[in-house]
Ligand binder design. Structure first.
Ligand code: UDP
Length: 313
């Protein structure tokens, strides 16, 4: 039986990963400081004999000497622009000090370690769709830099630990993902629009709504993450996301239509450095992992809407 540490395991993605790992017969040690993660996301696992929760911030070192660790998934970082900009220095610490601590843990246990990186490493991309070779167009000094540059240096640290210490690494670049267990006040577009629509409140489009994103359903994303971790040799970086691209206005219309909402759309200012478009090229994931997303936006939105009906409206 393999033991996996999931840092950020009480978050939206982390908790779904914990579910999959338990289902696949792993032991799981879930670490979370509960800043943006929530205990309710893992409540159903707390009594499971193979599941342990530790309230810990990865900015501080952790030894876990009484465990034999095989795999470490590092998802510990606030991921919504609203949250990662709330305390940008902390965001940078999670991606530097925190990542060094997780890499040190992997080194000590001779464990394989996966970094949840992001499409944000491409910044406001000048190449479309984005391939893994693209080096990005990232502001060094803007409000998103704490996350974008943080995630970039985290990838660098992973590669340097591999070069210096022969560590087994995996790097996945996650594109916009949605689904049940997104937090109601997460601030991201899918959760904001669904909650606003269900409450018949104005749908807040930032800018003119012509910017695009490509939305991946959570089960597809977690499936890709698990495949990457368990691949014998392929380490990435690899894009994991859904290449079906939508404008934000199209998303707003779809959510209003699906919820039967009376909400009207309002147009607000566009946040600084908001990427104009984003769409993954997933050829590498298809080739190396035999992975591609299965859930269409229309289908994934249905179950996400059902989830939000149970928690907020
Ligand atoms: N957005 C919006 N209204 C909202 C929240 C977000 O129009 O209530 C826009 C945001 O400006 C961006 C896109 O939706 O262009 C995706 O934003 P999100 O915060 O979900 O993630 P990002 O891809 O920017 O990290």
């Amino acid at each position: 039986m393999k033991l996996a540490v999931v840092a950020g395991g009480a978050g939206f993605l982390g908790s779904h990963l914990c579910d999959l790992l338990i289902k696949e017969g792993h032991k799981v040690v879930c670490i979370d400081n509960l800043m943006t993660g929530h205990k309710k996301n893992i409540e159903h696992l707390l009594d499971h004999e193979h599941f342990t929760f530790l309230n810990h911030d990865i900015i501080n070192p952790i030894n876990l000497d009484n465990y034999v660790i095989h795999h470490i998934y590092n998802l510990a970082c606030p991921a919504s622009p609203v949250h990662y900009q709330d305390n940008p220095v902390r965001t940078i610490k999670a991606n530097t000090l925190g990542v060094v601590n997780m890499l040190g843990l992997a080194r000590k246990h001779k464990a394989r370690i996966l970094q949840a990186s992001t499409s944000e490493v491409y910044g406001d991309p000048l190449e479309h769709p984005q391939t893994e070779e693209y080096r990005g167009n990232v502001s060094i000094t803007g409000p998103r830099a704490c996350y974008d540059e943080g995630k970039r240096v985290a990838e660098t640290l992973f590669c340097d630990y591999k070069r210096m210490h022969n560590l087994e690494i995996r790097i996945m670049r996650i594109f916009n993902t949605y689904g049940p267990r997104m937090a109601e006040h997460d601030g991201r577009v899918v959760s904001n629009f669904i909650v606003q629509a269900l409450k018949n409140e104005p749908i807040t489009i930032y800018g003119d709504g012509s910017q695009t994103r490509s939305f991946c359903y959570v089960s597809d994303l977690i499936d890709g993450m698990y495949k990457l971790m368990n691949h014998d040799s392929f380490e990435g970086p690899v894009n994991i996301g859904n290449p079906d691209e939508f404008t934000i206005k199209e998303l707003a219309d779809l959510v209003v239509q699906k919820t039967g909402s009376k909400s009207l759309v309002t147009y607000n200012g566009l946040p600084q450095d908001d990427p104009k478009k984003r769409k993954p090229n997933i050829s590498l994931a298809k080739e190396k992992l035999e992975w591609e997303p299965k859930v269409k936006l229309a289908e994934g939105l249905d179950s996400t809407i059902e989830y939000f009906k149970t928690i907020c409206c």
